[in-house]
Design a protein around this ligand. Sequence first.
Ligand code: FMN
Length: 313
Amino acid sequence: MPGHHDRRPTRTLGRTTDETGAANLNPVALSTEWSRALSMTAPIVNAPMGGTAGGALATAVSRAGGLGMVGMGSTGSASKLTEQLAFFAGLNRPFGIGLVEVSMARDPLLLSTAIAANPALISVSFASTWEWVAQVHDAGIATATQIADLHEAQRAQAAGVDVLVARGAEGGGHGEPQIGTLPLLTAVLDGVEIPVLAAGGISSGRGLAAVLAAGASGAWLGTAFAACTESLSSETTRQALLAARETDTMLTREFDIADGYTWPSHLPERVLRNEITSINAGQGVGGLTAVHSAAEVVQRLCAEAAEMLSRWS
Ligand SMILES: Cc1cc2nc3c(=O)[nH]c(=O)nc-3n(C[C@H](O)[C@H](O)[C@H](O)COP(=O)(O)O)c2cc1C
């Protein structure tokens, strides 16, 4: 194994059942070296989804032991970020902020506002330049970026990025749909030495267990949190997510072109199949059956993953 990073998940099984047989989800702690280093008690990060993952969702995920990320997407700005950061007053848990290069370039105050908030992690997606890494490091903050193939992963590692998000083609929202999550994750884990989070199509305890068993330092989940009570999704979007099956997504650029957004052609978005409105969702959407709080999602996924992993000890 080329990396020095210990990629074995650790589980502290405390799962119990009450008299109805229902699982008591609270006591299970599932962790990796990376999640422990960030004082997280669950190796789960909510993807920084612009327009979906605001301060309410991020603080709820952080309170539940994961890493809550506020997302500023292509229409993000310093003032919108400042609005969402108000939720973090008094949080006492690690959190992160996720930006995309295009809005960072348009609003130079965006990165400085993110740095001033002193998060544990700043992520920049769809990055083609790397000056931001040193700027963020100078403030003592760790960096992350999403990558879609091994070459991009190695380039980001060489640029000094601390943690990679291996985002497979199954994932919701914008991304380079080149390789499925599992082959991407395994190639990247074999080819870099820094921690790697797995993203794309993970919306169940089984999926979480699979990527942790493969050596991921955690899972970066978008769709699984998009229907949560704390997300910024509209009620119509929530209901559409719950109704969708795993076959109901497609890749498209149509909505971006119609809305005049300047996304490059290699970055289509995965949406729910429909012709009217862009609802970003990954192939794991079929696993969403009810609206839950973010804490319930974190606890259920960890409990199920710990149970799955315990079968192999
Ligand atoms: C509703 C939604 C909005 C998203 N917005 C962003 C964004 O603003 N910035 C970003 O880097 N990724 C964004 N993504 C992609 C996520 O970072 C991540 O790659 C993806 O959600 C992982 O796949 P999953 O949705 O199957 O969990 C978004 C995803 C969704 C579902």
